[in-house]
Design a protein around this ligand. Structure first.
Ligand code: UD1
Ligand code: MG
Length: 465
């Protein structure tokens, strides 16, 4: 079977109707380009049939950008160039012209890059419809839809059918609600026989792949009930619809795995995100990229987590923003905390409101409860950083490190002029600006001595009118 199937993904089009700058195939759907969704779905389909087909993507518009993006996640994919987009049949012609081996595959699967919801079940059903019947030359997936606008209509005629594109359809044909999905399996011999004779005598002046389906050919239209699976993304309305469908599926899987959402429809959770059972997600939570949340965590409203790991039992309170960080077990973060890349928050740490950390390692049970900046720092276990603690890590050119040992107490409104090194069990008095290292057990106070003059306040107090 391995050599019998060639897969071609059509992704050369401009996607003009989307009205966005990036090529349609790279439009993100839940953090992943549309074409990557198609590739993942094809991967699942192939696993089911235990096949490893060669996959080619036809690129054209902004081809270097499309190639580069696909290569980063799918290095084994090959590319075919369609310099000028003369239609889907022309794209298929380019595939065979530039890929002579492709004629040797017994079957050819053609799918568009803009149908990201077609899953392994749909691929499998259509493939079986072809291979189980020797006489059938090709199978096209079709479905009923209340709104057929934009789709090719399936015009049934006796035992056969034609596919008529919207632009070429007459008023009666336009009312047909049975439409073409753009997914096809062919016996490659059928393509060889007819592809060359497709003409572009139609309203678009394009070579239509759909002309491989004609009432005179022995081809099958295979009907599907779940029409949403074939949603083709031609504009941003359809892109949002597809995102919503996929989002519901992702969240449903999490719910069945024991994750409790208080209002799932207001959350945005990308497919790459991993969640463990027992975690509770409040309304309006955004989880993106390579994010992993452990068991029994609580993520309150407005929390955004990108490319981060949060270990079990941690609570992230409302409106906190975490990116590129690692949070250990039972930490408490926020509300309104910002944990920036390179932050490693230790077990049972407490990070309160308006605290920002960056490239900072906080060991177990460190407490930074209010209004602080901890950047380029290493803070030892059990140390308390008082309200208004600031690492002065930047000298205008370079970043410098602040190190504080374990079980130290840094009073409120203290600044550390980095590079600086404080030992274990250090005590820094409130309001100190520390610019010299303090050894373990040391006490430091670095502020002006207070002067009090009795009765002198009246000289300064102003009377209000
Ligand atoms: C196509 C089908 C239509 C079907 C619909 C389903 C044709 C002629 N029409 O229409 O019957 O109902 O999909 O979504 O096939 N592409 C190329 N090169 C080209 C033109 C297009 O690679 O020269 C690629 C596009 O990048 C896209 C795919 O082919 O991924 C389909 O093109 P699109 O313009 O979206 O076709 P539809 O109008 O949606
Ligand atoms: Mg389309």
């Amino acid at each position: 079977m391995a050599d019998s199937l060639g897969i071609v993904i059509l992704a050369a089009g401009k996607g003009t109707r989307l009205k966005v700058d990036i090529p349609k195939s790279l439009c993100p759907m839940l953090g992943k380009p549309l074409v990557d969704h198609v590739l993942s779905n094809l991967d699942s389909f192939q696993k089911e049939f235990d096949i490893r087909a060669k996959i080619s993507v036809v690129v054209g518009h902004k081809k270097e950008m499309v190639k580069e993006s696909i290569c980063t996640s799918w290095p084994e994919i090959t590319f075919v160039t369609q310099e000028e987009q003369k239609g889907t049949a022309h794209a298929l012609q380019c595939y065979f012209d530039q890929n002579k081996d492709a004629w040797n595959s017994k079957y050819t699967l053609v799918v568009c890059a803009d149908t990201p919801l077609i899953g392994k079940e749909e691929f499998s059903k259509l493939f079986k419809a072809l291979i189980d019947d020797d006489a059938t030359q090709a199978s096209a997936a079709v479905f009923e839809t209340a709104n057929p606008t934009g789709y090719g209509r399936i015009v049934l005629e006796g035992k056969g059918f034609d596919i008529v594109e919207e632009k070429d359809a007459d008023e009666v044909q336009k009312k047909i609600t049975l439409v073409n999905s753009g997914l096809y399996f062919f016996r490659t011999s059928h393509i060889k026989e007819h592809l060359g004779s497709i003409e572009n005598q139609n309203k678009s002046g394009e070579f239509y792949l759909t002309d491989l389906f004609k009432r005179s050919f022995n081809v099958k239209a295979v009907s599907y009930k779940d029409s949403y699976k074939f949603l083709g993304i031609n504009n941003l309305v359809q892109l949002e619809q597809a995102c919503e469908i996929k989002q519901k599926e992702i969240i449903r899987n999490h719910q069945l795995a024991g994750i409790r959402f208080l209002n799932s429809s207001s959350c945005y959770i990308e497919e790459s995100v991993q969640l463990a059972a027992g975690t509770v997600i409040y309304p309006g939570v955004v989880l993106e990229g390579q994010t992993k949340i452990g068991p029994e965590c609580v993520l309150e409203s407005g929390v955004v987590v990108k490319d981060s790991e949060i270990a079990g039992g941690s609570s992230i309170f409302a409106n906190s923003y975490l990116e590129g960080c690692k949070v250990n077990e039972k930490a408490r973060i926020g509300p309104m905390a910002r944990i920036r890349p390179g932050s490693k928050i230790g077990e049972s740490c407490k990070i309160g409101n308006f605290v920002e950390t960056k490239n900072a390692q906080l060991d177990k049970k460190v407490s930074v409860s209010h209004l602080s900046y901890v950047g380029d720092a290493k803070i030892g276990e059990g140390t308390n950083l008082g309200c208004g603690f600031i690492t002065c890590n930047y000298d205008g050119a370079k970043k410098h490190l602040t190190t504080i040992g374990k079980n130290s107490f840094i009073g409120s409104d203290s600044q550390m002029i980095a590079p600086i090194n404080l030992g274990d069990g250090v005590y820094v008095a409130s309001g100190s600006t520390i610019n010299k290292d303090i050894p373990s057990g040391g006490f430091a106070i670095a502020r002006q001595r207070q002067v009090t003059k009795e009765g002198m306040a009246k000289k300064f107090l102003k009377k209000k009118d």
